[in-house]
Design a binder for this molecule. Structure first.
Ligand SMILES: *[C@@H]1O[C@H](CO)[C@@H](O)[C@H](O)[C@H]1NC(C)=O
Ligand SMILES: *[C@@H]1O[C@H](CO)[C@@H](O)[C@H](O)[C@H]1NC(C)=O
Length: 255
């Protein structure tokens, strides 16, 4: 009797729930996602939902979006275009290895927090973050420490206390690997190193051209000296010929 009594209210709540508009609405949400209201902000949680891409059909009035702990490998252009009221975006603990430029387009004015920590980011163009006002967490990624990362770090505003977590996973300079990136660029301007190497390359090329021009000139002058010498010899041989021809003319007049 007691067991039957427990079953009835459960069935009743289930049927009541499905009459509720929020319940029928949730069927349209991406699998593993659910909406809530937190501190007056419309929140949409898709944490741990085995997502392999940014889901469509996220309510367009969402203020906080949690996509953390999924398997999203990359962020395409306009990935969040339909979410003009987004304030906070958590993409941490995914497999994001590339971010297309324009991925965060449409979020420039409102977004205040962007978490990209614990992903697989190696190199991202600063264009991907252009105009973004948000505080960004880029820690715990296998960053390639180069000029591109330096430009990126100078473009974005890092989340407070998150900068120590940006560590070089690889670098042209072996001694930078494993070091905090901000420490590396405090000592070395990676963009200037790059500029220096291009300068050196330019200098070498210019010197090469210069050497070629000089050697051609030397060759040309030598060749001409030879010609000049031959010409001089020819000129020297001329007077005698002329003399001979004069002699022959006198002879002819005599005749
Ligand atoms: C959300 O989409 C609906 C229907 O397309 C539209 O009427 C509404 O203005 C949109 N809201 C926002 C905040 O863009
Ligand atoms: C940034 O991300 C790291 C790694 O996930 C985390 O430990 C840290 O608390 C985050 N910092 C901020 C300010 O969000």
């Amino acid at each position: 009797m007691r067991a039957a009594g427990a079953v009835v209210p459960l069935g009743l709540t289930l049927s009541l729930c499905c009459l509720h508009p929020r319940c029928t609405e949730s069927a349209a949400f991406p699998k593993g996602c659910y909406p809530s209201e937190e501190e007056g902000l419309k929140t949409f949680r898709c944490s741990n939902a085995r997502l392999t891409e940014v889901p469509r059909d996220i309510p367009n009035d969402t203020n906080k979006l949690y996509l953390d702990s999924n398997r999203i490998p990359f962020l395409p252009r306009d990935a969040f275009r339909e979410l003009p009221l987004l304030l906070e975006l958590d993409l941490s603990h995914n497999a994001i290895a590339s971010v297309e430029s324009g991925a965060f387009r449409g979020l420039a004015e409102h977004l205040r927090s962007l978490d990209l920590s614990s992903n697989k980011l190696v190199s991202v163009s600063k264009d991907a973050f252009s105009n973004l006002q948000a505080k960004v967490n880029l820690s715990d990624n296998p960053w390639l420490c180069d000029c591109r990362l330096q430009e990126l770090i100078r473009t974005v505003e890092l989340a407070a206390g998150s900068s120590a977590g940006i560590v070089c996973g690889s670098s042209a300079q072996e001694e930078h690997v494993g070091k905090a990136f901000l420490q590396v660029i405090a000592d070395t301007d990676l963009c200037n190193v790059y500029k220096k190497t291009t300068d050196v390359a330019m200098l070498v090329t210019m010197f090469g051209w210069f050497a070629m021009v000089i050697s051609y000139l030397v060759y040309y002058v030598r060749q001409n000296q030879e010609d000049a010498r031959r010409h001089l010899e020819y000129l020297k041989s001329l007077p005698s010929k002329q003399r001979r021809s004069e002699e022959s003319s006198t002879i002819s007049t005599v005749v």
